[in-house]
Design a protein around this ligand. Structure first.
Ligand code: NAD
Length: 354
């Protein structure tokens, strides 16, 4: 088979990876010429964020521990106010997708550069994708202004991430790699990253859950998460991300766990239309049926495997089908109602993917 026509546009993010690279934070902030950064975190991680930023000394203009999931518009407005009153010239996000998401919201308004220090596997720090929720509706978009300038991946910062949060955020990351493999704008190098990402994460996760304080598995998982974030930044996501967006928005389900429940089912749905992706995932997971392999993996990690277990009332199934049916978004297999009902029915009840 010949190499298909493709477009690949790498994005200019500087990535510093390895145990102890948090120690590089002052030098990386200096390299960007920043002297008054606002540190952004979730409320529960304020003390950790302050400790991490302490070596920056008086280059810290303020700490804003206001991040919550899905970036409510009023939370974003408050953070913009904090950046203005601190006269910040840059942002340091310390934490997972919620902290990066809030920093992105400020960057989108102000153009301030972001240095991201991720502590989960969600992958947002590698993407120019922003999200914001107003009146119960989450909007997302792409904007180069929200792309982090520098990302410091220090696996020692993930040692305290609870096993359940680790596993769910890693499945969220894996969804980026899976959908990247059948994206309309896939390219050979990004597909290599996606396959390697799934191999790294699936290989590391059982050990991460068994021994959350073990650095080698944490390092491998964070490496996989970085690759997944790169996949998300480079390609257009399909049905899986669309369904998670609908379920997260209208039923207010937990983000990472929703990804984890749906991923095997969406892969099974797309399987007939994405043979190359299935082969790549089969190699990465060491199984001929990667959809079933992902379902088995999430079970072995102790993750919920049904939307019902996440609190979703099955009475909403028709509403979700109606919002997704007919497509209008990228997906290798046409999105039709009967197939969606099977997919969502299995996901709702916790049955294996079919
Ligand atoms: P999160 O950032 O909300 O973190 C989950 C919880 O874990 C929080 O309570 C946080 O304080 C805590 N935590 C984080 N790191 C920790 C650590 N090392 N030790 C102990 N506790 C820790 O969750 P997430 O899954 O990282 O991100 C989810 C959000 O990210 C969603 O809003 C999602 O939409 C967004 N997201 C965006 C993109 C994008 O490209 N824009 C990509 C993926 C996810």
């Amino acid at each position: 088979m010949g190499t298909p026509r493709f477009v690949y546009q790498p994005l200019p993010v500087r990535v510093v990876f390895g145990e102890g690279v948090l120690g590089d934070l002052p030098a990386e902030v200096d390299a960007l010429g920043l002297s008054r950064v606002l540190v952004v975190s979730t409320p529960g991680r304020r003390a950790d964020a302050e400790r991490a930023a302490a070596p920056l000394g008086d280059r810290v203009a303020g700490v804003h521990p206001g991040a919550v999931t899905h970036v409510p518009a009023e939370v974003a407005a408050e953070a913009c106010g904090a950046a203005a009153s601190a006269r910040a010239d840059g942002l340091v996000s310390f934490g997972g997708g919620s902290a990066v998401g809030l920093a992105k919201a400020v960057a989108r308004e102000t153009g301030l550069p972001i240095v991201a220090v991720p502590t989960t596997y969600a992958g947002s720090e590698m993407t120019p994708v922003w999200g914001m929720t107003a009146d119960g509706v989450k909007r997302t978009g792409r904007d180069r202004r929200v792309l982090a300038r520098t990302v410091l991946y220090d696996p020692s910062l993930t040692l305290g991430l609870p096993p359940a949060v680790s596993a769910a955020s890693a499945m969220n990351a894996m969804a980026h790699a899976v959908e990247c493999l059948y994206a309309p704008d896939a390219s050979p190098i990004v597909s290599l990253m996606a396959e390697e990402a799934v191999r790294a994460l699936a290989g590391a996760l059982p050990e991460v859950v068994r021994n959350p304080g073990g650095l080698p598995a944490r390092t491998r998982a964070l490496y996989g998460a970085w690759l997944c974030g790169t996949c998300l930044s480079a390609t257009t996501m399909g049905l899986h991300h669309k369904l998670c967006h609908i379920l997260g928005g209208s039923l207010n389900l937990p983000h990472a766990e929703t990804h984890s429940v749906l991923l095997p089912h969406v892969l099974a749905y797309n399987r007939p239309a994405a043979p190359d992706a299935v082969r790549a995932l089969g190699r990465a997971l060491g199984r001929d049926d990667p959809a079933r392999a992902l379902w088995d993996l999430s079970g072995s990690l102790g993750l919920p495997r049904s939307l019902g277990a996440l609190g979703a009332d099955a009475g909403h199934l028709n509403e979700v089908v109606a919002q997704a049916a007919g497509g209008g978004f990228a997906n290798p297999r046409p999105v039709e109602e009967a197939g969606l009902r099977v997919l969502l029915g299995n996901a709702w009840e916790g049955r294996p993917p079919a």
